[in-house]
Ligand binder design. Structure first.
Ligand code: G1P
Length: 297
């Protein structure tokens, strides 16, 4: 029987230079969409998919992340004293069971594959998920949960996939499609960040993966790839043709690239509109802005 997926790796070692100066003192993953840090969305999605062990691959300066998932006794006491049970309830999502969360340092920025490899001892010989918190996905059924269901049916290595405009392939891992079954594709090749003219398709990998432990063995070889970095894409590509194979899963949902300012702002608007208590105000404001913009034309 297939082993149940209970572990997830969250690579959060990046410097977030695209968001300087904010990221000078605040980890990118703590930046907020409405009122929740990016990382909370990733954790909620993992929990919904049945993940029990959360492994963060961090770097210097990410202490705020560790504090975020810790209890805050003074704050909690204060809220209790004031009878603010609703706020205490909100804080509950930020607490982890003892031992459920682990932090590993990536000492050098050698690439996403290297970051994942840093967690190898905690993964041991089990399947694992990788969630890139920059990719925020709004979906009725959380993306990783959709993927777990697909994984339970087919097994193997499953990566989230989405069609992107052909001129954007150089920002993504791109799939060479062997067999297209609609929601799922069997993958016969994977290339990291190919220029449009070399891309095997426009089906791009988005930051959700369910992987077999043999991907970690490929990473042991420490081969550098695109951009001189150790690429997760290359290690997954090694599994093609193996016993488990590699599948792309076209998830249902809307993905926001919160690693870019434009994507972050779009996500802010979209998640704001999705909140009943904010919707009317925000929509009114957006309408005004559009009207003023038209009038100025
Ligand atoms: C990483 C992966 C890439 C993937 C992308 C999804 O790239 O290396 O294969 O398509 O995430 O967001 P990054 O955006 O970290 O450069």
């Amino acid at each position: 029987m297939r082993k149940k997926l209970t572990k997830a790796i969250f690579p959060v070692a990046g410097l977030g230079t695209r968001f300087l100066p904010a990221t000078k003192s605040v980890p990118k993953e703590i930046m907020t969409l409405v009122d929740r840090p990016l990382i909370q969305y990733a954790i909620d999605e993992a929990r919904a998919a049945g993940i029990k062990e959360f492994i963060f691959v961090t770097s210097r300066g990410k202490g705020a992340l560790e504090d975020y998932f810790d209890h805050a006794p003074t704050l909690e006491q204060e809220l209790r004293k004031k009878g603010k049970t609703e706020l205490l309830e909100i804080l509950k999502d930020t607490n982890m069971d003892s031992g459920a969360i682990a932090y590993i340092r990536q000492h050098k920025a050698l690439g996403l594959g290297h970051a994942v490899w840093c967690a190898r001892r905690l993964i041991a010989n089990e399947p694992f998920a990788v969630i890139l918190p920059d990719d925020v996905i709004a979906a009725e059924k959380p993306c990783l949960q959709q993927m777990v269901e697909a994984y339970e049916e087919t097994g193997g290595n499953v990566v989230a996939a989405m069609e992107v405009p052909p001129e954007k392939t150089s920002s993504y891992g791109v799939l060479d499609i062997g067999e297209d079954m609609g929601q799922m594709v069997k993958v016969k090749g994977m290339v990291e960040k190919p220029p449009a003219e070399e891309a095997p398709s426009n089906l791009a990998v988005i930051g959700r993966y369910i992987l077999t432990p043999s991907v970690l063995r490929s990473l042991n070889q420490m081969k550098s790839g695109a951009g001189g970095e150790i690429q997760l894409t290359d290690a997954i590509a090694n599994e093609i043709g193996g016993d488990d194979g590699v599948y792309g899963y076209r998830f249902r949902g809307q993905r926001f690239d919160c690693g870019s300012k434009a994507g972050f702002l779009q996500a802010t608007v979209s998640f704001g509109l999705a909140r009943a208590e904010l919707r009317d105000d925000l929509l009114g404001y957006i309408r005004d802005v559009v009207q003023m913009d038209k009038a100025a034309e």
